[in-house]
Ligand binder design. Structure first.
Ligand code: NAP
Length: 420
């Protein structure tokens, strides 16, 4: 393949949550501009979830140092951190990883559905602002389709435990008589929905808060719980025994000072489960007596233990992915030939059209039926002459033989610039 497609990623597999969050790209739109301008990337797609920050990119001349430098400046961190945390894959390995993502095999909860939605959102926004182009759009469209098919045929997504249920289970395991405790849920987004569903299913009473009371009220109408005012919660953490936090707030909501004050007013301990990434609970609260803090890392450990049913299906999914990667790789290589093939077809067709019109004018033919027959004849002749060499060029490209593409470009006087 003349161009490389790479995946550069920092994920929960290699990096603990407090390191992972450092790599977060806050202004994705501006990051796309910088990656393209400063790292020489022709196309890019950024995927960010609570468990991963990933960059897929296409370039003819990849320079990993430039990519790291740009990423480091965007996220405001030391380039050295990349050496320990960044994983990079190229071409077929990058495709393989993307299929693992879309099929749910690389997720913390294997087979979970959310990642597929997150990938769809990432490629849609990259496409809308033209950060991605023909190569990554095709790659992602295909990978999403393949991933969905794999999930349906293998059943890897069925019967799973959500991050929300995991968090509730963790609370159950750590707290005696959870039913008698005062439970608070901060957040009304996707993860909070999973937590609320799990609490509701298990018959727990809980209160919910988010910045707007109306939003919490609407949330509680469908998911249970009782809405409470955000300001009251922030100034009164002492009223709760268990706090689930799942927000995208860019700062700590549950601060050290607020919890110190709360704990002074309480005689019992408190458990705080922070599902947010970046975290919204200051980890120093764990140093306060009686406060038990758990975050996504601990939930990850628990997920590992609960994975057995789905783990049985992992081997099957891996085998399907291995087969699909070969097909995906061939389609991506074929893309290299498409601009040339299109250009040749276009040029030959315009010649055909010119000669056809000249002939009709010389014949002074007015009969529409005859004109149609002559036109079809010119098309058929052109098609039968051009189709075989063009298919051979496509095949050579699929098989990773760029030489034929080079020769064809010379033969057809193809302007290479259009391939970029
Ligand atoms: N989605 C996943 O698969 C997944 C899994 C595990 C963990 N996580 C992490 O969990 C967190 C929540 O994810 P999500 O998918 O539920 O997000 P989401 O659907 O976008 O919801 C975000 C929530 O954060 C609240 N929020 C945003 N800014 C806030 C602020 N400044 N102060 C207070 N609340 C604020 C929003 O409340 P308002 O109504 O007030 O805006 C909303 O309730 C994220 O940190 C994410 O990384 C996500």
């Amino acid at each position: 393949m003349s161009k490389k497609i790479i995946n550069a990623r920092v994920t929960f597999r290699n990096s603990p949550i407090h390191i992972l969050e450092k790599f977060t790209i806050r202004d994705v739109e501006s990051a796309y501009l910088q990656f393209r301008k400063n790292s020489g990337l022709e196309e890019c797609v950024i995927i960010q979830t609570c468990n991963r920050i990933e960059l897929f990119a296409k370039s003819k001349n990849l320079d990993y140092e430039k990519i790291k430098k740009t990423w480091a400046s965007i996220a405001g961190l030391d380039q050295e951190l990349f050496d320990e945390n960044l994983q990079i894959d190229e071409n077929d390995k990058a495709f393989h990883h993307l299929l693992k993502l879309t099929s749910g095999l690389d997720s913390m909860v294997i087979g979970e559905e959310q990642i597929l939605g997150q990938i769809k959102t990432s490629i849609t926004s990259a496409r809308n602002i033209k950060a991605s182009g023909k190569h990554l759009n095709t790659l992602f469209d295909k990978a999403i389709r393949i991933g969905t098919r794999i999930r349906n045929s293998s059943g890897i997504s069925q019967g799973g435990i959500s991050v929300g249920s995991m968090a509730v289970k963790l609370a159950e395991e750590n707290i005696d008589e959870l039913k008698s405790k005062k439970i608070l849920l901060i957040g009304t987004g996707e993860v909070s929905t999973l937590i609320a569903k799990s609490l509701q299913r298990r018959g727990y009473n809980f209160v919910v808060t988010s910045r707007t009371l109306e939003r919490s009220q609407t949330f509680c109408e469908t998911l249970g719980g009782k809405a409470v005012k955000f300001e009251n919660v922030l100034s009164g953490f002492e009223n709760y025994d268990v706090i689930f936090v799942a927000t995208t707030a860019p700062y700590f909501l549950v601060t050290f000072d607020r919890i110190i004050k709360a704990s002074e007013k309480r005689k019992d301990g408190m458990m705080i489960l922070d599902l947010s990434n970046p975290r919204t609970v200051d980890e120093r609260v764990a140093t306060i007596g009686g406060i038990k803090l758990m975050n996504l890392d601990q939930i990850a450990e628990m997920v590992e233990k609960n994975m057995n049913a789905r783990l049985n299906k992992v081997k099957t999914v891996e085998n399907i992915i291995n087969e699909e990667v070969t097909v995906l790789e061939a389609s991506m290589k074929r893309l290299d030939a498409e601009p040339l093939v299109k250009d040749v077809f276009k040029n030959i067709d315009s010649l055909r059209q010119k000669e056809f019109e000249k002939a009709i004018s010389m014949l002074d033919e007015k009969d529409e039926k005859k004109i149609k027959i002559i036109e079809e004849l010119t098309k058929a002749v052109v098609e039968s002459i051009v189709a075989t060499p063009m298919n051979n060029i496509r095949k050579a490209s699929e098989q990773g033989k760029p030489d034929l593409l080079e020769v064809a470009s010379k033969l057809f006087d193809y302007n290479k610039k259009e391939q970029e």
